[in-house]
Write a protein that binds this ligand. Structure first.
Ligand code: FA5
Length: 341
């Protein structure tokens, strides 16, 4: 009898679980609780059992009957609720043309965009990207770059000295030349963008913290022709202007010999404009052939190898390309400015 009750309960629970409609539940009710249903049949069997067994199985069968009634009621309620919810969902309309609050999406900072552009240009020319510390030693910033202590050229770059003797915030990315030469053997071709610091008053075109880019190439028989060809390809690609011409002027940087400055023909006009101050030329790069003292400081034999280097202000390049009137805007964090890029 016990097994018969358990099997019937198992069958009932299974049927309830798979039932999806009220009609199916009614079928289940008839099959188990109806006049000819399973429970009535079990009752008939119970009647034939001795009194002792009736005392045991009677309550068991009764519990099962209550279980069937309660479960059916619960399932009916649940199905009714589901049906109502579905109806509600069907009657809910979505207006696909409705407006929604504008989402403002961020972009990379203009510095990051510029660095990425510049790095891609140099990587495409076969260069690798190099880096160096912003907190530097006097040696890397000056000595190794052929600017010994007390040399007047130290005054060309007003320096933030730290409280620690011999330590400073690098004034230019030329420091990376020495780091790179000591890490790699020639031929070496590196581009190093990075932040530099100068103890200067700020104005629309000067800041005390700004970005520079440094290009260094060292190999056998490197000449001024290599320097000019590389600088020209770089500037033409950066300004997306194939007609840019270069002009060189003699200049002085202790770490190159000869030292030159490279002007580019104005990428935006042919007659003269406010950007080029109506001269048709814009000063862009400090450059030259790497001084033999600098090669030696980088553990490279100047009798075998030669090289060229050029450096530029990244902020100034951005100001020219995007017509930015004040260098301080670049690190102002003003969204009205930044969101233009
Ligand atoms: C140098 O710093 C050299 N290291 C460049 C160089 C590299 C020469 C390799 C030769 C060979 P200079 O001091 O001129 O050079 O600075 C380079 C550029 O940094 C300038 O042309 C200018 O664009 C930018 N710059 C200099 N001072 C400031 C400043 N205070 N604010 C913003 N940009 C500056």
């Amino acid at each position: 009898m016990k097994t018969a009750i358990e099997q019937t309960k198992h069958a009932f629970d299974n049927s309830i679980e798979t039932a999806k409609t009220i009609a199916e539940l009614e079928q289940i009710r008839i099959a188990f609780l109806g006049r000819h249903g399973s429970i009535v049949k079990l009752m008939d069997t119970l009647k034939t059992l001795p009194l002792e067994d009736k005392k045991i199985y009677g309550p068991l069968l009764n519990n099962f009957k209550q279980h069937c009634i309660a479960t059916l009621e619960q399932k009916i309620l649940q199905l009714q609720l589901d049906t109502e919810n579905q109806k509600k969902l069907y009657n809910t309309y979505f207006d696909v043309t409705t407006s929604y609050p504008a989402q403002s999406t961020g972009t990379l900072h203009i510095y990051s965009q510029l660095i990425e552009t510049l790095e891609n240009i140099f990587i495409n020319m076969g260069y690798t990207i190099a880096d160096g510390p912003e907190v530097e030693t006097d040696y890397y910033n000056f000595e190794a770059l052929n600017i010994p202590a007390h040399h007047p050229a130290r005054d060309m770059q007003d320096t933030f000295w730290l409280d620690i003797p011999g330590m400073l915030l690098r004034t230019h990315t030329s420091t990376v030349q020495i780091h790179a030469m000591r890490q790699q053997r020639p031929p070496l071709a590196i581009f190093a963008p990075g932040r530099v610091y100068r103890n200067e008053a700020t104005d629309a075109s000067h800041d005390f913290m700004f970005m520079q880019g440094e290009c260094l190439f060292v190999d056998k028989n490197v000449s001024m022709a290599n320097l000019l060809a590389t600088a020209r390809l770089f500037l033409r690609t950066f300004f997306n202007n194939e007609t840019i011409q270069l002009r060189i002027r003699p200049s002085y940087f202790p770490f190159v010999e000869p030292g030159i400055e490279i002007d580019a023909s104005c990428p935006f006009c042919s007659q003269g404009c406010s950007l080029c101050k109506y001269t048709r030329w814009i000063e862009l790069l400090g450059a030259g052939l790497v001084h033999s003292h600098v090669l030696s400081a980088g553990d490279i034999d100047p009798d075998i190898y030669s090289g060229f280097a050029f450096g530029f202000g990244l902020d100034r390049l951005a100001m020219i390309k995007y017509n930015i009137s004040d260098i301080r805007l670049l690190r102002s964090n003003k969204l009205s400015f930044l969101s233009q890029f």
